[in-house]
Design a protein around this ligand. Sequence first.
Ligand code: ZN
Length: 237
Amino acid sequence: MHTTALVLFSGGQDSTTCLADALARFGRVETIGFDYGQRHRIELDARLRVIEALRARYPQWSDRLGEDHLLDVDILGRISDTSLTRDIAFRMEESGLPNTFVPGRNLLFLTLAAAVAYRRGLEVIVTGVCETDFSGYPDCRDDTMKAMQLALSLGMDRRFLIDTPLMWIDKAATWRMAERLGGTALVDLIVEHTHTCYQGERGPRHDWGYGCGACPACVLRARGFAGYRETAASAER
Ligand code: ZN
C-alpha cells in the first residue's frame, strides 16, 4: 500500500484535480512545479493561489499537504522553439503536432520529479497526462508513462509508480471527478483559481474560468465544462 506521493502540479485544471485526488488517497503529498521560461508567469502564480485556496477550504487535506518544490529549468526554454516559450503564434506543424509541443518536456519533468521523490522518500509520482482529450503530445501517452516508470525505477534502483488518474477520461469527466472529490466547492475553486489558457489571458471570466476562450486549451476546457454541466443538469431532472 503506497502512502506517499509527489504530484506534478502546474496550477491548471488537470493537475489540480490530480492533487485533490492524491490528497484523498495518500497520507503525505508533496508538489513539484517547473519554471522553464513560460511566456506567461500567470501559471506560476496560479499554483500558489490554488495551494492556498485548497488549504483554506479543505483542512483535512492541508494536514497531508507537504512541501512545494519549484524547479528552475530555464534550459528548456533555451533549447526549444515553441509557442509556449517564445512569442510566436500557435499553429499545427507538418508533423501533425501543435507548436505548443516542447520536445522532451514531460520526460525531463518526470526525471526531475523522480530525483526529488527519491530524495524525499516519496513512492508515487502523480501526473495529469491524458490520452483521451489528446493534444497530440506523444509524451502524454500511456506507453510513454509505462516506459518512464520502468526506466526511472531501473535507473535509480528504487521502485517508482507513475500514477495517471486522468489517462482515460475526458475533460467533462475530469470536472465530475473534482466534484466527487471535493464537492461543487472544488469545482468552483478550480474555475476561479486554475489557469489553462495558452495565451496567458486572465481578463474575461467565463462560466468555466478565465482565458481567451479561443486557444486550443480554452476550447477544450470550455467544452469539457459544458459537458459536465449538461450531465449534472440531466442528473437533477
Ligand atoms: Zn486561451
